[in-house]
Design a protein around this ligand. Sequence first.
Ligand SMILES: [Zn+2]
Length: 407
Amino acid sequence: MSSHLLEHAYVDGEVRDDVLVETSDGKVVSLRWWGESSRTAAGRVTGLTLPGLANCHSHAFHRALRGHTQRERGSFWTWREQMYDVAAELDPDSYYALALEVYREMRATGITAVGEFHYLHHQADGTPYEDPNAMGRALLAAADEAGIRIRLLDTCYLAAGIGREPEGVQRRFSDGDADAWAARVEAFGDDRVGAAIHSVRAVPREQMKTVAQWAQARPLHVHLSEQVAENEQCLAAYGVTPTRLLADEAVLTEHTSLVHATHLTDEDISLIGDASAYACFCPTTERDLADGIGPSTALAAAGARLTLGSDSHAAIDLFEEMRAVEMHERLATQRRGHWSAAELLTAATVTGHASLGFTDAGRIAPGQRADFVTIDLDSWRTRGSGATVETAVFAASAADVSEVWHG
Ligand SMILES: [Zn+2]
């Protein structure tokens, strides 16, 4: 048993002062409200302590593009060519080394759990490694070493586009068909493995069910309607939107996270809301790639649950992702006040962890994991702003994280 006295802590939706937290075996055992006399207690953690943050959408290897891909003009599709050049180079050792740095950056900035959307499965020509899960194991090992919890969203990626064989580096991504994907994932033998369908572009519709059936109640993540071109291709091939296709193939459930969910029709929004699916927004990536602004408030009103991710890691700063959802909505609507700070923090904590299948994390409460992040309230960005959730979400940055506990 160990105990920490938190100067300010976000508990049950409000900031409480002088909270004594007792932990054992990586979990919170009890919380007590301490009195004035404790103000000078040794071991007091100064600042505002929040639950650890969940980064629900990561491609660790995209980090190598930071500062490089921003030099040129173009579109999502020209960016993708640069991303493929990096993907072609990695092997399990270099993937481990790169991911370790990325996960260390996450941990240092208050992220205690990550959903890694992983499709770099095989050797450059598509031949499996001796252990066909060597690349995925490199990511798990990197997360362990960095001290961050991981859900490895092992991704089924079978096609270059609807009806097109994988080409070039995409051969690294493909298992051939969904049955072979399921057999490889089943052989992984690690309960941190969840599932992903790369997109309606990369998995033929008749094979989506195989992935969903393997996933069952495990987290299942899908890139959805990030680009208008995806919608056009899906309509041309199948006569329905990507969202409708996922619904028709029984992929849209309460365990499903729809990453980006940017270009949606009203019917799409209703389908996602009716399923109580998660909508994972990645605002710093979506603006870097000129994707567009997704309908976050309409999705929430329909019943979808917002989560957040740093995706391509143009930045790793969940504080920026939180406020960007609100800020982008302001630019799109010319009105302020769509998302409260508390709602955005819930997306980055409780809801985010749940979407990764971690139901024992995201709150500072007895029985929950002792995953905490403390922000400095005396930095240039935060001083004078108060020990409030608004300071955390609308003023603080990743640079203000002073302490991180993981279990
Ligand atoms: Zn992605």
